[in-house]
Design a binder for this molecule. Structure first.
Ligand code: FES
Length: 170
């Protein structure tokens, strides 16, 4: 059914999949079918939405709501919320959610005075905002930061990319 009232997209790119996204998607489809809601709620999978460290992530349209850290145990409550046209606040990601606020704070600080700095400084700045080396590596894979190797004259640097500046409005 394409002309449903809600479209639920479960990210099943690699990181979300490693944390159970396909099970979440399967359970969601089952729950929707079990309740006879498949003419109003369409569940599908999608590629990364660049929140890989806090998945499994789900986007609901037309609500424009992102849920993060969703597990199979959340499925019934999630479908309840969809039916009631409400949001499930305990899973909803918004700018005040610590995970989102921390990364925004990191990027806001990392672009000043310039978007590029020696790698140890960037690592320390990330740590200040509760973000570790694995997070930085993930951001690099996603194209939010770029590393420039050290040369004889300059140290290794980490730069905030245009993609990150656009994503975080910094
Ligand atoms: S793997 Fe799901 S947001 Fe990136």
């Amino acid at each position: 059914m394409y002309w449903t009232t809600k479209h639920v997209l479960v990210c099943n790119a690699s990181h979300c999949t490693q944390k159970g996204a396909n099970d979440v998607a399967m359970q969601l489809r089952r729950e929707v079918l079990k309740r006879g809601l498949d003419d109003s709620i369409f569940v599908n999978t999608c590629g990364t939405i660049d929140l890989c460290d806090i998945g499994p992530n789900i986007v609901v349209y037309p609500d424009n709501v992102i849920y993060s850290g969703v597990t199979k145990n959340d499925v019934k409550a999630l479908v309840d919320a969809l039916v009631e046209d409400e949001t499930l606040d305990r899973l909803k990601l918004d700018p005040q959610t610590p995970a989102e606020a921390n990364r925004h704070a990191f990027y806001a600080e990392a672009v000043h005075p310039e978007p590029s700095r020696p790698a140890p400084e960037a690592v320390a700045l990330a740590a200040k905002h509760g973000l570790d080396d694995a997070w930085l590596a993930e951001q690099q894979r996603r194209g939010f930061i770029a590393r420039k190797p050290a040369t004889d004259e300059t140290p290794e640097t980490i730069s905030v990319t245009k993609k990150a500046r656009a994503r975080y409005g910094v």
